[in-house]
Design a binder for this molecule. Structure first.
Ligand code: NDP
Ligand code: 7N6
Length: 308
């Protein structure tokens, strides 16, 4: 059946303003409603949500507003015959910029200067510490929307960009592509390693002690994907032992990052609160994608970003 309603689950408010998001659909020819957990659905309903709920399996189509749909049970959607779509394809600029921001800051020490600024302290760093990102090697692990957005920007800054993915499909700005089996070879010479793979059983713990030991002592880890891909205890140990020099982290095993987590206290770790994709028009980017898929559904076409 055709869709007769678009339901926006209130969990979207985790990341975007739910009223503004709903208003972005004013040109859609069906009613748009913000719904809570007690809502019931049928096959004429579309649902856009941040979090999964069992009741969504009664709807006609469900859209996860995140690129990472690891919290959704894709088998359940396949069994129910309900298409599930995600929001990959819209984060190249937003996450690409924040990843470059971490790298430039970690290289030029903006985070350290800011720390000293809070004490009105004219801090002069050791001469050897600052460096330019230009000519430094970046290894981007995962070369989809995020990875390509990071690679393209790093290439523009004159970095030497290599990458890791399962397929050998070339990516603009990436001079060499390694298979995940050769991860250690790929990261061994990199000054920066950026994680941009989805969280799956294969990628969970992909970065643990052996990878941190393989990385250069003066290398920085960037994680903009999902916390569990880099084992947090091992990461903390690697930072304490000096196996790596620092990190730029947007994602964590537990979010919000607990107040007593040791990651807060490293001078060379920059923490952002899972806002790598946040801008003042993020809700509009997601809405454009949802509208595109909505029209595809109504026209009986293949759905963009279908993951189940
Ligand atoms: P894409 O699907 O576009 O890209 C994923 C890439 O990972 C593909 O290039 C894929 O290439 C590669 N890949 C998959 N598995 C492996 C593996 N085992 N080893 C190496 N490479 C692998 O996803 P996005 O770029 O849109 O998003 C990636 C993830 O980033 C999301 O799943 C989400 O968790 C996270 N994310 C975080 C955001 C934030 O706010 N911090 C915002 C958006 C996304 P191939 O198939 O060739 O292996
Ligand atoms: C904000 C989610 C993703 O996977 O976790 C990120 O897209 C950001 C809606």
């Amino acid at each position: 059946p055709q869709l007769e309603r678009l339901c926006i689950h209130e969990s979207v408010a985790n990341k975007i303003p739910k009223d503004g998001f709903a208003e972005a659909f004013s040109d859609l020819d069906v009613p748009v409603e913000i719904v809570g957990d007690d809502e019931e659905f049928d096959r004429t309903d579309a649902v856009a949500s941040f979090r999964p709920r069992d009741s969504f399996l009664d709807a006609g189509w469900v859209h996860c507003i995140r690129a990472g749909y690891d919290e959704f049970d894709t088998d359940a959607y396949a069994d129910a015959g309900v298409p599930l779509t995600n929001s990959t394809g819209i984060h190249d600029t937003t996450v690409g910029e924040i990843a470059v921001g971490y790298m430039v800051s970690l290289a030029r020490m903006l985070h350290i200067y800011r720390d000293h600024q809070t004490e009105n302290d004219w801090y002069e760093p050791p001469y050897e510490r600052p460096f330019t990102v230009e000519n430094e090697r970046l290894c981007v692990v995962g070369l989809g929307t995020l990875g390509q957005g990071i690679a393209e920007r790093a290439d523009a800054l004159g970095m030497d960009v290599v990458g890791v993915r399962r397929s050998d499909e070339p990516v603009p700005g990436v001079s060499e592509i390694y298979h995940p089996d050769d991860l250690h070879e790929a990261i061994a010479d990199a000054r920066f390693v950026a994680i941009a793979v989805p969280h799956t059983p294969k990628t969970e713990g992909m970065f643990s002690t052996p990878e941190f030991e393989t990385m250069r002592d003066d290398a920085f880890l960037i994680n903009v994907a999902r916390g569990p891909i880099a084992d947090e205890d091992d990461l903390i140990a690697a930072l304490e032992n000096g196996d790596i020099a620092g990190a730029g982290l947007d994602v964590f095993e537990t979010e919000p990052l607990p107040e007593d987590n040791p990651l807060w206290d490293f001078e060379e770790v920059i923490i952002s609160p899972h806002r790598g994709s946040a801008t003042n028009r993020y809700h509009l980017d997601i809405a454009d994608l949802v509208k595109e898929i909505f029209h595809q559904y109504q026209a009986g076409e293949d759905l963009r970003n279908r993951v189940a």
